[in-house]
Structures are given as structure tokens and as C-alpha cells.
Design a protein. Structure first.
Length: 246
């Protein structure tokens, strides 16, 4: 899969602990509420529809999704969240992009900078590492015995996708960010369910770290994950855990 082995073990990816799921659902809840602010109708708000698809792919219960959208009409009216992206380097010259949703950019910026420094990295300026990544819509469908590869390819072509990457247990459909919503909806209308559906930063190349560096890097990722303001972390490290434990 062009080195993108994130889907090597889908069963393990699905079997996340309740604590991890709770953290993920909390972050998705904030993202849903922000996307719904001003227009809670996913049929006319494509950004909200995209986040709902992302939440469903993460197995977020429908009741949680509805509650999060309802929040947009209530408490969020007095809170202004903004999307801020930070770039930097981890150990071994690794490249890291941290996407946040925050109501206090000074707090968030300080927290992100501290984590970079604590684990042997440093926060850079805008554009310092993003040139090493490509922004792509990614839709991942679990591959089953009755799924026809040619059919997936044909649907992707009809929908306007850029590429389909085939693995033993998944199909990964890639799109331009602009086409993501329409391609996602096309597959949804065909009855397909996703295990991933979002626009993300994909590294052009991956770097390998030694065992000690990889351990430090993983600790940094865990620390970012613990920050409520952090929505996503993208990096270019080839971590063996992505093959075994995702």
C-alpha cells in the first residue's frame, strides 16, 4: 500500500479501549458542535456531513452525534473555537503537524510547544514541515469476501476519486480535499460503510527511527493525544505499531 500500512490490522483498530474511545468521542463532539454552529442540517452543511461521517467511522453512537450537534445551538454560542495548526520536528528529524480546535490560542500554543520540547523536538514556523505532506481526502472501506475489487475501482472512478490503494483487508480511496464530500456521499449512497473518512495530511515519504527514538516519539504522540484541544496529529514516522496495534 505504498508504505501506508495503517490498515494492516482492522480488528485491533476496532477494539480500542473504552478510555481511548471516550477521548476520541469527546474530541469528535467538539468538532461536530463547531461544524454545526450556524447550520445544524447536514443536508445543507457539507462540512457537518463530513464530520458526521468521520464520527460514524470511529463508531461514535448516533445519540452522541445528535447531542454534540445540539450543543451548537446552546453553549457554543458564547464560545468561539478556532482551528489552529502547528508544525514542528520530533526526534530524528521527524516532521509533525498538530491540528487543534481551541478557544484559547495562547494556552494551546504553549501546551503544544512544551510537548515538542519535552520530547526532544521543537515547534517550527508555518510551512516548516507541511511541504513534506499532501492534503488528501481519505476514505477507507473494510474489504470483505463478497466485495468486488473491480466494482470499488469503478465506483471510485465514477465518483471522481484520485486513486484507490488496495490492501489485503481494506480499500483506501483518495481524493482531492475539494472532491472529498462528493466522493464520500457517492459511496455512502451506494451503501458502503467506512472505517475512516476524513481529509488528512499524508506524508510524501516516511522516516525510520531507532528503537529509543521511536519510543520517545510515541510518548510525544501520546502527550499530544491527551490535550483536549488537539484534534489530529500527522507525522512522517514509520512506526511498527501502526502495523501491529492500529
Amino acid at each position: 500500500m505504498s508504505g501506508h500500512s495503517k490498515w494492516a490490522n482492522i480488528k485491533n483498530k476496532k477494539a480500542k479501549t473504552d478510555a481511548v474511545k471516550g477521548k476520541v468521542f469527546t474530541k469528535l463532539g467538539r468538532e461536530l458542535a463547531v461544524a454545526a454552529k450556524g447550520n445544524p442540517d447536514p443536508y445543507t452543511n457539507s462540512k457537518l456531513a463530513d464530520v458526521i461521517a468521520k464520527a460514524k467511522a470511529a463508531n461514535m453512537p448516533n445519540d452522541n452525534i445528535k447531542r454534540s450537534i445540539a450543543k451548537a445551538a446552546g453553549e457554543l454560542n458564547s464560545v468561539n473555537y478556532e482551528t489552529l495548526t502547528y508544525e514542528g520536528y520530533g526526534v530524528g528529524g521527524s516532521a509533525v503537524i498538530v491540528s487543534t480546535l481551541t478557544d484559547n490560542k495562547n494556552r494551546t500554543g504553549g501546551d503544544v510547544r512544551h510537548i515538542f520540547s519535552k520530547y526532544g523536538g521543537n515547534m517550527g514556523t508555518t510551512g516548516s514541515v507541511s511541504y513534506m505532506f499532501e492534503n488528501k481526502g481519505v476514505i477507507v472501506i473494510e474489504r470483505t469476501l463478497n466485495m468486488n475489487e473491480d466494482e470499488i475501482m469503478e465506483i471510485a472512478l465514477e465518483a471522481g476519486a484520485d486513486d484507490v490503494i488496495t490492501a489485503d483487508d481494506a480499500f483506501e480511496i483518495r481524493t482531492s480535499p475539494a472532491d472529498f464530500s462528493s466522493v464520500r456521499k457517492y459511496f455512502e449512497d451506494k451503501g458502503y460503510e467506512f472505517i475512516e473518512a476524513e481529509v488528512m495530511m499524508i506524508p510524501n515519504d516516511k522516516v525510520a527511527l531507532d528503537e529509543h527514538q521511536a519510543e520517545t516519539f510515541q510518548k510525544m504522540l501520546d502527550a499530544f493525544d491527551e490535550l483536549d484541544d488537539v484534534q489530529e496529529v500527522y507525522h512522517n514516522v514509520d512506526l511498527p505499531e501502526e502495523e501491529d496495534d492500529e
